[in-house]
Ligand binder design. Structure first.
Ligand SMILES: [Zn+2]
Length: 252
């Protein structure tokens, strides 16, 4: 499998590429790019969170713990005195960062259900829901957040699969097929549970209509028709139109 740094690099490169295309067809604004590239990079690290002591999983649970604190603070800031509130917040952090982390490690195996296309869908929808419900982004940007997480995630799976092909010997390693899978075939309970969670998230997610509208309005033909893509560059047409015949060179 590819290592942490490779995943980090390739996922951010994919994020930059996708961000540039999306901005060029006016699907997103250029100012959206840095954040979306960050999300694609994050998505590229997510599939290995089931490797118990990996860096991404610790980071993820820290982020989740702080989001838990923010949610608790939002909910109870008016109903508790400062000290009990502090206690609630500390308890929330410890519960998520250590309690849920331990439970997660006990329940998952590396390259299990979290290393699948189903998980990509799950995390994309999770990000969409968190953005919309907790961070109060508008529906369009919430969906874009989810899509870029999903993009990084899929790139990670593809990269792992690529690494299982030994290019120099054109041999295929035994890990082939374990990286990019639709769901976890050997643990149907986990897969069914994740399918259920993914469907619930889709139900909780905002309507994708604003995204569909912008998607349809995007100037995809900039990319889909090679000729107009070429035309969009100033040089070929400009060279033709601005290069006027030089009269001094006229034959007499
Ligand atoms: Zn992996």
């Amino acid at each position: 499998m590819a290592n942490f740094n490779t995943h980090l690099f390739i996922a951010s490169a994919a994020g930059i590429g996708a961000g540039l295309v999306a901005a060029n067809v006016h699907l997103i604004a250029y100012s959206d790019m840095p954040w979306l590239i960050f999300l694609a990079t994050l998505g590229g690290l997510l599939p290995d969170i089931d490797a118990s002591n990996s860096r991404p999983v610790k980071l993820l649970f820290n982020v989740l713990a702080f989001m838990g604190i923010a949610a608790m603070l939002h909910k109870f800031k008016d109903s508790y005195a400062p000290y009990p509130l502090l206690l609630v917040l500390a308890g929330t952090y410890l519960f998520i960062r250590y309690g849920m982390f331990a439970l997660f490690n006990a329940l998952t195996v590396h390259r299990g259900v979290f290393h699948s296309v189903l998980a990509a869908l799950f995390f994309a929808l999770l990000m969409t829901c968190i953005s919309y419900r907790f961070l109060h982004w508008d529906a369009l940007h919430a969906w874009l957040n989810g899509i870029f997480i999903g993009l990084g995630f899929i790139v990670h799976l593809l990269l792992d699969e690529l690494y299982s092909v030994d290019l120099s010997n054109s041999r295929i390693k035994s890990s082939f097929g374990t990286a990019l899978k639709l769901f976890n075939y050997s643990n149907m309970t986990a897969s069914a549970l994740m399918t259920l969670c993914t469907m619930t998230l889709y139900w909780v997610a905002p309507s994708p209509a604003p995204l569909v509208k912008v998607w349809q309005g995007a100037q995809w033909n900039n990319y889909l028709t090679p000729l107009s893509f070429l035309k969009s560059y100033p040089w070929p047409s400009e060279l033709i139109t601005t290069a006027k015949p030089d009269k001094s060179l006229k034959c007499k």
